[in-house]
Write a protein that binds this ligand. Structure first.
Ligand code: PEP
Ligand code: MG
Length: 315
């Protein structure tokens, strides 16, 4: 795994003190594999499966899904691949899943909620994933989007286990899940923080609405405090905590996220090189100190400025 990244002249993600921070890719279809590997991605931290369902009148068959998942896993032998089950609803509505009108779709039947209401679709997806896993050399992890409660975590992990998918986790992108991360991580094998939605829900600002775009900053100390809560829970339970939202692609924020307890970072392949470089410039102790500085700020802009100033002072 490490060898193939090195063969491409790309070192694995690590801090200045050698602490490994695997850098993974966010992919929206198996077509992105090549770019991810060229960028030295050490695996896939978020495989979004919506491409199989969007603009379809009906759900794809198990066979269609199996083919796509098999293709994806074949590109990452020996590497971790985290597949997220369908995240329908809100910004990704599907006519066969989200038929009722919702005034506030981001607060509606989306993510795991909508799969639970259409459990046959979730079961078919898990069947296809288990089939692909059986013939693959990749390390398949599965996770559910938009998990808000411990009970939902238990539900998803139980169902995934039923299909032989052993490493089942959840996305933490709703504040309730972050606040109860210790209990969520009693059930789940790992957590992956979706900072796009976590920011939207923490600051009550629609991520698609331009007029409130200023609120959509993962630098906000309220968001960072929630991430720190998950990081602490992960450390205590000795379970991985990844970041798979846009925040991980910001080289400076990436260091802060590691300081808050993130153990892996997943991002679009184009961002990997800059994040790799940035991590190499800080030790874990420095990252923790910078996280403390960001947490102590009053707002997002202040947090970023304070971290920048602190780094300039270190140099
Ligand atoms: C997120 O919410 O941060 C995330 C990674 O998921 P998506 O952007 O697909 O909602
Ligand atoms: Mg999300």
């Amino acid at each position: 795994e490490r060898a193939s990244a090195l063969a491409g002249g790309l070192e694995p993600g690590a801090l200045a003190d050698g602490t490994p921070i695997p850098l993974l890719a966010n992919l929206g279809s198996p077509d992105g594999s090549q770019k991810a590997l060229e960028a030295g991605a050490e695996g896939v931290g978020l495989f979004r499966t919506e491409f199989l369902f969007l603009e379809q009148r009906m759900a794809p068959t198990v066979e269609q899904q199996r083919e796509q998942y098999t293709r994806l896993l074949a590109d990452f032998p020996g590497k971790k691949v985290v597949v997220r089950v369908l995240d329908a609803g809100a910004d990704k509505p599907l006519e066969f899943l989200n038929d009722a009108h919702e005034d506030n779709p981001a607060l509606g039947l989306r993510g795991l909620r909508s799969l639970r209401a259409n459990e046959d679709i979730l079961r078919e997806q898990l069947t296809a994933l288990a089939d692909a896993d059986a013939v693959s050399e990749a390390d398949l992890w599965v996770m559910a989007p938009m998990v808000a409660t411990v009970e939902e975590t238990r539900y998803f992990v139980r169902l995934a286990t039923e299909y032989g998918l052993k490493t089942a986790g959840v996305m933490v992108e709703v504040p309730s899940a972050a606040l109860l991360a210790d209990r969520v991580l009693r059930e789940a094998a790992f957590a992956s923080i979706g900072t796009n939605d976590l920011t939207q829900y923490t600051l009550a600002a629609d991520r698609l609405l331009g007029s409130v775009a200023a609120y959509q900053s993962p630098w906000h100390p309220a968001v960072l405090r929630l991430i720190g809560e998950v990081g602490r829970a992960g450390t205590a339970a000795d379970k991985p905590v990844g970041i798979c939202g846009e925040a991980a692609a910001d080289p400076l924020l990436a260091v802060v996220l590691v300081g808050l307890g993130a153990t892996t970072l997943s991002m679009s392949p184009a961002a990997i090189a800059d994040v790799r470089l940035s991590l190499r410039q800080h030790t874990l102790d420095q990252a923790k100190r910078l996280a403390g500085i960001a947490l102590a700020a009053d707002g997002a802009v202040e947090a970023r400025d304070a971290v920048r100033a602190a780094i300039a002072g270190e140099a």
